[in-house]
Write a protein that binds this ligand. Structure first.
Ligand SMILES: O=C(O)CCC(=O)C(=O)O
Length: 285
């Protein structure tokens, strides 16, 4: 259980982020590490290929962060975390939402020496659904440190202006540049928070909170599992399908119908007790 207090809720509203020492129990970590090995070796236990496979052992550039999106469709160990009801309830409490769906997951592996990920605001990629609010749960599967390329979040930056995506995501020359420019426009000095937590800990951040991560100059790999969540009641916004990652995820749209199909975007928690019933069968099959 993740216990979100009233104080946590006000911290989240003020800072656009919340750091938590325990999101996933440590006894689950070995199986999750094995799932990472499987996915990046191209072994998809359900037979379904994740929606975005940006790195594989056979041909992945060793200087870049290994990244897969929607690993949950390929591997049920990953699914058991990112479809978890308790994490979804914590998201609903922080966001003030009545229901939560998974938008996508991210499986991220930054071995020692691997380069940075550019600063961005997640919601800048998301105008293909409406309302396009987002809240993200980032879970460290290794102990993290500032020198080990952990994620950095900028306190209070969810209140800055909304910026368009800019610069490379993988290994940009100056990974903090777009954020510094946005801070200058906002007239503030960025307050960078390094998410330093034990393995199994992590953070929650608002869709407009600026974040990125530096090179892993530590001695250990840095693996993270990320749940990007949206409100249960979102709809497709076909006028904006060409924005951000819309071209990938609009392919699940039903003909003549803007509702999101629960097979591809399951509802994880709703205050009336509803949860997409097929999740339980999927996790136990
Ligand atoms: O793990 C990182 O360095 C970045 C992750 C990220 O962009 C996210 O969780 O939205």
């Amino acid at each position: 259980m993740i216990d979100i207090s009233v104080e946590d809720e006000s911290t989240f509203q003020r800072d656009g982020l919340l750091v938590i020492d325990r999101i996933v129990d440590t006894d689950r970590l070995p199986a999750l590490h094995r799932a990472f090995d499987e996915l990046f070796s191209g072994r998809f236990e359900t037979g379904v290929r994740p929606d975005e496979v940006n790195w594989q052992n056979v041909d992945g550039d060793p200087s870049l962060t290994r990244q897969i999106s929607n690993g949950w469709k390929a591997n049920r160990e990953i699914a058991s975390v990112v479809l978890d009801e308790n994490i979804a309830r914590a998201i609903a409490e922080l966001a003030g939402w009545s229901g939560v769906r998974i938008m996508i997951d991210n499986v991220l592996w930054k071995p020692v020496g691997v380069k940075s990920l550019g600063y961005h605001q997640d919601s800048a990629y998301l105008s293909w659904f409406t309302p396009s609010d987002l809240l993200t749960c980032w879970i460290a599967l290794d102990e993290t440190s500032a020198g080990g390329g952990t994620m950095e979040l900028v306190r209070g930056s969810h209140r800055w202006a909304e910026s368009k995506p800019a610069g490379d995501f993988h290994a940009p020359e100056d990974y903090r540049l777009p954020m510094r420019e946005a801070a200058a426009k906002a007239g503030v000095k960025p307050d960078i928070v390094h998410i330093e937590v034990p393995a199994g800990g992590g953070s929650f951040h608002h869709g407009w909170t600026w974040h990125g991560s530096g090179q892993n100059s530590g001695l250990k790999p840095r693996r993270a599992l990320v749940l990007h969540a949206m409100q249960a009641a979102v709809e497709y916004d076909p006028l904006n399908f060409n924005e951000g990652i819309g071209p990938i995820y609009s392919r699940y749209k039903r003909l003549g119908d803007n509702h999101l199909d629960e097979n591809y975007f399951p509802i994880l928690w709703r205050e009336d007790g509803y949860r997409t019933p097929q999740i339980a069968d999927y996790l136990n099959s």
